[in-house]
Write a protein that binds this ligand. Structure first.
Ligand SMILES: [Zn+2]
Length: 168
């Protein structure tokens, strides 16, 4: 349950129950039906730039926006719920580029939007502090629910991969 480590034990227990009953995938599919069309780095740049223009026009311009197949979502994108990622902060400060983990290319559109909002908010707030999350919810009112459901989605993908890997 590494994606949910920052959440209360009761919440984790409910998620474990959903997994045990094989209902997590259904829950996610019912709730997030819309895929997205942002398939290429160029399309991703346009998508991010449009959101930035709308909500963070004064933040510094972006040099680069790409999908990165090697990026680990937990380590470099979401961080943990409480910890601060210094590496990410300096990387963003140094280059003003946004890298989106490759897994989002095939994820539902709402999750792509959530991670883009997250990365855009880092242009103004480096750390995962209160101001950071206020900015996220200002851009996307459902931010917290989306981040939680994204963590469920990643948990679900990992369960599926494990089942395939173990041959069952
Ligand atoms: Zn972050």
């Amino acid at each position: 349950m590494k994606y949910l480590a920052g959440y209360p034990e009761a919440t984790q227990a409910r998620v474990r129950a959903l997994i045990a009953q094989d209902r997590l995938g259904t829950y996610l599919r019912d709730k997030y039906r819309e895929p997205h069309e942002v398939r290429t780095d160029k399309a991703l740049y346009d998508y991010v730039q449009a959101l930035k223009e709308r909500h963070l026009r004064k933040a510094e311009p972006l040099n680069k926006v790409v999908y990165d197949g090697k990026l680990q979502v937990m380590k470099h994108a979401l961080g943990t719920h409480t910890a601060v990622s210094r590496v990410q902060g300096s990387r963003l400060k140094a280059s003003r580029e946004i890298r989106i983990a490759g897994v989002f290319r095939d994820a539902p559109g709402d999750f792509l939007k959530m991670i883009v909002v997250h990365e855009l908010a880092h242009l103004k707030e480096r750390e995962h502090n209160k101001a950071f999350y206020q900015l996220c919810t200002h851009i996307e009112a459902d931010y917290h629910q989306l981040e939680f459901d994204l963590r469920l989605y990643l948990t679900h993908l990992e369960c599926k991969a494990w089942m395939v890997g173990s041959g069952s």
